[in-house]
Write a protein that binds this ligand. Structure first.
Ligand SMILES: O=C(O)CCC(=O)C(=O)O
Ligand SMILES: [Fe+2]
Length: 298
């Protein structure tokens, strides 16, 4: 009885984050995996050993040869190749003809990927993603009149000792990068976007993906340099205090592929620690307007 009386009042925390973990050889048991992320029955899937050691080595070698001038810096210690949507069509509006031209350039660059990086990553990842959905195909997003494509995947290089992705979620991006999302929303339902990436180089420590058990629709205010979330009732969560909310945290191994509900789920990548940088390759997808396919971009 005393124990009960004096027990410390449990701090109310957020919900559990559900991520299924499977080996690439067992994927046939998950034919509804992507659909379950869309309906939010689960938050994500971690597919172990999606790429072989040989495929990883090819990607690493290929990325080493990417020239500095081809990289775009997005934040301190964060470099992307090729440019992601936020660099192609940033906050100010790009003229339609110029945007269309970037899609044509993206297609040329993308077609060279298999020879340049030694593996047809796009075909391989699309095949697996398609096998995880019963009702939808996974497709490239094309430009107007079928001209050009939205780059489906980007390499993300987080420099040793400092690179990180601060807390964010897809829906919050929709305000921040409105011109781009306005274009996307002409052919997609942009709300339920899904993120996927494969780890190409794992750092010694840090560089973990952290998915918080808090949805944008429950907590939409992110303050204090992306370190505090305020929910709709005014309750504050310090994202760096692990006792304040539930989360799923993992540093995937090289070759592992993770996919998760990027749209509503707040998440971040912790700072890379040690002298090995973190390299990932991935992109986003969301349902087409007719809900028959998932359209990709990065
Ligand atoms: O680690 C990455 O490549 C990106 C992490 C992330 O924020 C995402 O996949 O949405
Ligand atoms: Fe993200």
């Amino acid at each position: 009885m005393f124990k009960k009386l004096f027990a410390k009042k449990k701090i109310e925390t957020t919900r559990e984050v559900k991520v299924l973990e499977v080996d690439a050889s067992e994927l046939s048991s998950l034919t509804h995996g992507l659909d379950s992320i869309i309906t939010r029955e689960i938050d994500g899937i971690l597919i172990r050993n999606f790429l072989s050691e040989d495929e990883i080595e090819r990607l690493k070698l290929g990325f080493e040869k990417v020239e500095e001038k081809e990289l775009t810096q997005y934040d301190d210690g964060m470099f992307l190749y090729p440019k992601a949507f936020s660099g192609v069509d940033p906050r100010e509006i790009t003229r339609d003809v110029d945007f269309q031209k970037t899609l044509v350039d993206s297609e040329k660059r993308w077609k060279l990927f298999p020879t340049r990086f030694g593996i047809d990553f796009h075909s391989k990842v699309t095949k697996v993603l398609s096998s995880l959905s019963q009702s939808r195909t996974v497709e490239l997003s094309k430009g107007e009149e079928g001209q050009g494509i939205y780059t489906p995947q980007t390499f993300r290089h987080l420099e040793a000792g400092k690179g990180q992705f601060k807390t964010h979620c897809g829906v919050a991006f929709q305000d921040e990068f409105k011109p781009f999302y306005d274009r996307l929303s002409k052919f997609c339902t942009i709300r339920d976007q899904i993120s996927y990436f494969v780890t190409v180089q794992k750092p010694i420590a840090g560089g973990e993906i952290i998915l918080y058990g808090l949805n944008w629709s429950d907590a939409s205010r992110l303050v204090n340099n992306n370190s505090t979330l305020i929910d709709n009732k005014g309750k504050e969560y310090n994202l760096h205090d692990e006792s304040q909310l539930k989360y799923y945290k993992i540093a995937p191994n090289e070759g592992d592929l993770i996919l998760f509900s990027e749209g509503e789920l707040w998440h971040r990548v912790s700072a890379v620690v040690g002298n090995v940088s973190r390299l990932t390759l991935g992109g986003f997808m969301t349902r087409s307007k007719d809900d028959k396919s998932l359209k990709m971009w990065s």
